[in-house]
Design a binder for this molecule. Structure first.
Ligand code: XUL
Ligand code: CO
Length: 439
């Protein structure tokens, strides 16, 4: 057995905020108790397989730059196993409790349906052994129904039902693999479920195909006894011009239309939120208000670029706000923080993969501590509570309780000769409060 690609990297341990060691955590102390639970239990960090172990650094203008040993040659079972060994060497050195994968990330390449099933099942047994050996668990599994050329016009929304059938095969088997590996969630990201050109697209039909497909996925989950959460990951575009699962609000409307709002939640990705023209915290807060908050893909975009750059997060203020709304909603249940992030194409060394993850883990832990302090002193919640206090009694309560019609409310306004007083929204004061907590 050859030495691990990561052999020179030490196990990353917590050494406190003053540590000068780049391979240490300064804030992520997994056993520290905060708000009644350990940091590890709150944050539930996961490494994604695809960016870290599958991508070789290629971009649309140039070939791969990384030269990882497991990328040499065909992606057969031996290469898939080498990649698996290295992935678990990475997870354990980093000290994360979870990982996430797409079917095709982990298995030997397959072209036919029968080979797909065989190759996936061959690697799932090996993954199970690795998980048992290391104690690293599966946060979520998913199927890649967007990369293969057959999916160029979509998976479930394809004009050709045989392509949808191939997608069904992949999703059924990826969900069964997730179930077998005790995964806590199953994710659906519809990268090509959308359109490039409206002129060749029957949108009504495609939405019905997608609704039916998702219903079958939910039925299959119950049939096989998978108790994890099904998550849709919204994104507005890229690779398609328009993606149907645009953002949290759109996904909620879609789920309601097909009667699935109690069955499916969302996996919110920071860079997808910003591509949709929202802040990361907006998407989190809305999902939690709608009762569909599930999990998070951590990363960031580039403010000057209009695509999904999937960089590791490094903005403490942004992530503190995200953590605040996650904690306010009660925190994760089956979800967690998956780093759907990749090092830059010039960051070619093994250690670069560590720097990316260590920085992001520490940033998230630090943001979590900030957010926990904000939650404990209750200033924002109290301010918001007071701001809407009028709705608890009088005409506000009558409107909400449906005791008053529009005409009743109009009559009240005249009878009482109401003169609503202007009240400051205190935005700057609240922003200053947040700034004080970003530390
Ligand atoms: C693509 C993306 C995916 C999903 C899983 O933008 O985020 O990697 O997270 O398919
Ligand atoms: Co993602």
């Amino acid at each position: 057995m050859t030495a691990s690609y990561f052999a020179d990297i030490p196990k990353v341990e917590f050494k406190g905020p003053d540590s000068e060691d780049p391979f240490s955590y300064r804030y992520y102390d997994r056993s520290q108790i905060v708000l009644g639970k350990t940091m590890e239990e709150h944050l539930r960090f996961a490494v994604c397989y695809w960016h870290t172990f599958c991508w070789d650094g290629f971009d649309v203008f140039g070939a791969g730059t990384f030269n990882r040993p497991w990328h040499a040659g065909d992606l057969d079972q031996a290469a898939a196993e080498r990649k698996l060994d290295e992935a678990f060497a990475f997870f354990t050195r980093l000290g994360v409790p979870y990982f996430c994968f797409h079917d095709v990330d982990v298995m030997a390449a397959a072209e036919t349906p029968a080979d797909h099933v065989r190759h996936l099942s061959a690697i799932v047994d090996k993954i199970a052994d690795k998980m048992a050996e290391t104690g690293v668990n599966l946060l979520w599994g998913t199927a890649n129904v967007f990369s293969h050329p057959r999916y160029m016009a979509g998976g479930a929304t394809n004009p050709d039902p045989d392509v949808a059938a191939f997608a069904a095969l992949q999703v059924a088997h990826a969900m069964e693999a997730t179930h077998k590996l005790n995964g806590e969630n199953y994710v659906l990201w519809g990268g090509r479920e959308g359109y490039d050109c409206l002129l060749n697209t029957d949108m009504r039909r495609e939405l019905d195909q997608l609704g039916r497909f998702l219903t079958m996925v939910v039925e299959h989950k119950h049939k096989i006894g998978f108790e994890g959460t099904i998550l849709i990951e919204p994104k507005p575009h890229e690779p398609t011009k328009h993606q149907y699962d645009t953002d949290v609000a759109t996904v909620y409307g879609f789920l309601k239309r097909y009667g699935l709002e109690n069955e499916v939640r969302v996996n919110i990705e920071a860079n997808h939120a910003t591509l949709a023209g929202h802040s990361f915290e907006h998407e989190i807060a809305l999902a939690s208000d709608l009762g569909i908050f599930g999990s998070v893909d951590m990363n960031r975009g580039d403010p000057q670029n209009g695509w999904d750059t999937d960089q590791f997060p490094n903005d403490l203020r942004e992530i503190t706000l995200a953590l605040y709304y996650i904690l306010k909603s009660g925190g994760f249940t089956t979800g967690g923080f998956n780093f759907d992030a990749k090092v830059r194409r010039q960051s070619i060394d093994a250690e670069d993969l560590f720097h990316g993850h260590i920085g992001a883990i520490d940033l998230t832990a630090r943001a979590f501590l900030n957010a926990a302090a904000m939650l404990e002193d209750n200033v924002i919640s109290q301010f918001v509570e007071d701001r809407y206090a009028g709705w608890k009694t009088g005409i506000g309560a009558q409107m909400l309780g449906r005791d008053a019609s529009l005409a009743d409310v109009a009559a009240y306004a005249v009878d009482q000769n109401i003169q609503p007083a202007l009240k400051s929204g205190r935005q700057e004061w609240l922003e200053n409060y947040l700034t004080r907590h970003v530390k």
